[in-house]
Design a protein around this ligand. Structure first.
Ligand SMILES: [Zn+2]
Length: 119
């Protein structure tokens, strides 16, 4: 991958990390799930119907944990950009197709290896 591509993905990952960090702040500031409402409105509206504050808090902590994990993966991807191993599948050693990286910039597997692993 050339320098220009690496720069492209660095910018992409930094932007995604910023968004994720904002979500974590929103979730953990206890604004009862507005940050994830876009993605998971099904769950939050369902909970609102039940009026279950406890469950909503647990859900927030779940989203917080998940988002932190995602941020850690983005950070790891930034490290791989620095050390030159970015965009290489850790299973088969082949370059990961660009379309896949644009979709999931923190991925460490090409599609065939990912499919194989999740079986
Ligand atoms: Zn692979």
């Amino acid at each position: 991958m050339n320098k220009k591509d690496l720069e492209f993905f660095r910018t992409l990952i930094l932007r995604k990390r910023d968004e994720a960090l904002q979500n974590v702040e929103l979730i953990e500031s206890g604004s009862s799930g507005k940050a994830e409402a876009r993605e998971d409105s099904r769950y939050t509206s369902h909970l609102a119907e039940q009026g279950s504050v406890t469950m909503e808090k647990e859900l927030n902590s779940y989203f917080g944990t998940r988002t932190r994990k995602y941020i850690a993966q983005l950070n790891a991807a930034l490290h791989r950009i620095e050390d030159g191993s970015y965009g290489i599948c850790i299973d088969c050693g082949q370059p990961i197709p660009r379309e896949r990286l644009e979709e999931v910039p923190h991925t460490r597997h090409c599609v065939p290896c990912k499919t194989k692993n999740s079986r």
